[in-house]
Design a protein around this ligand. Structure first.
Ligand SMILES: [Cu+2]
Length: 131
């Protein structure tokens, strides 16, 4: 039922071209890995946190390598409790640059679509230097 309600909301906004001033759409507030981050340990998943609830049926996130190959496990899912977190597993990432693409539908009916990159740095060889 909530799916229908959100679809109707999206339709209303599209027809009226008037965003509701009291409704905020879901913005990406943080991610792991972070935007433009360089990490030394390949992440087992990519997780996105949004400012507002997102509609699970319309949430998409995928991870692509520099050659344009999709490298996520294809199991993107919205957390059950708050519906503000979206994650996808990324097993076996090697060193390289990756692009995270996401598209979510806020409960206010707005679609938010964007992307960001992160880099996995090759593991440094042990140097014996103590921190
Ligand atoms: Cu909005």
């Amino acid at each position: 039922m909530i799916h229908r309600r959100v679809a109707m909301a999206a339709l209303s906004v599209g027809l009226l071209l008037v965003p509701g001033p009291t409704l905020a759409h879901s913005l990406l507030v943080r991610s792991q890995p972070e935007r433009r981050a360089t990490v030394t340990r390949p992440p087992e998943e990519v997780r996105l946190w949004f400012s507002e609830r997102i509609e699970p049926a319309y949430a998409r996130v995928s991870v692509w390598d520099a050659g344009g190959k999709q490298v996520d496990a294809g199991d993107a899912a919205v957390d059950q409790a708050g519906a503000t977190t979206l994650a996808v597993r990324t097993p076996g990432l090697r060193a390289g640059r990756y692009t995270v693409r996401y598209r979510v539908l806020s409960v206010d009916g707005h679609i938010v679509e964007s992307s960001f990159d992160f880099t996995v740095r090759p593991a440094a060889a042990p140097t014996g230097i103590q921190k």
